[in-house]
Design a protein around this ligand. Structure first.
Ligand SMILES: [Zn+2]
Length: 181
């Protein structure tokens, strides 16, 4: 089944709208995956940035295990960040360094940050309760113009990536792709 044939019932989304500048189909496929949440997706085959960048994030995710990696997708490329949580906590969550957190806060509305990414070292790229909690602040979505990317890993090996964006009232999945070894 082509990716474009996947069930898509939502026409509005807050995902990055930039088209990928290149496709690296040797590294990444758009093989369909089942959406992990009830919300349908709008743009399953378009990550909003060059697909080759996924390889960079995946390599960081693999090297960071068993801790979660984290970083930013900027217009000009990937910016890996440091997960400053202690080892035990870093297996299930991430926290930017103060410098990275300030960078995000100062640039959140400038359109230069396309996405915040992190990895799940031992699980799929599903939106977790921790992810949901981290995406809100004082009852409002935190940085709703910036999408969130999750890299799912099995035994430390990245195998999928999924994107989530804030639309209307909730964070919803908008894109999912397999990552080949
Ligand atoms: Zn997560």
């Amino acid at each position: 089944m082509p990716a474009d044939d996947r069930e898509c019932g939502r026409n509005r989304h807050g995902a990055p709208v930039r088209r990928p500048g290149s496709h690296d189909r040797a590294a990444v496929t758009d093989a369909p995956q089942s959406p992990s949440a009830d919300a349908p997706c709008d743009n399953p085959s378009k990550p909003g940035f060059p697909v080759a960048w996924i390889r960079e994030m995946a390599e960081y995710a693999a090297s960071a295990g068993p801790a979660e990696c984290c970083g930013l997708v900027l217009r000009e490329g990937i910016r890996p960040c440091q997960n400053v949580l202690p080892d035990d906590s870093a297996r299930v969550a991430y926290q930017f360094s103060p410098a990275d957190a300030i960078f995000v806060a100062e640039n959140a509305d400038a359109g230069t940050i396309l996405a915040i990414y992190h990895s799940h070292p031992e699980g799929p790229a599903d939106w977790s309760a921790i992810d949901e909690r981290a995406a809100w602040f004082a009852g409002a979505p935190l940085y709703p113009k910036i999408s969130r990317l999750i890299i799912g890993c099995r035994a430390g090996v990245p195998f999928e990536i999924a994107g989530y964006s804030f639309t209307e009232t909730a964070w919803r999945p908008y894109w999912r792709s397999a990552i080949l070894p």
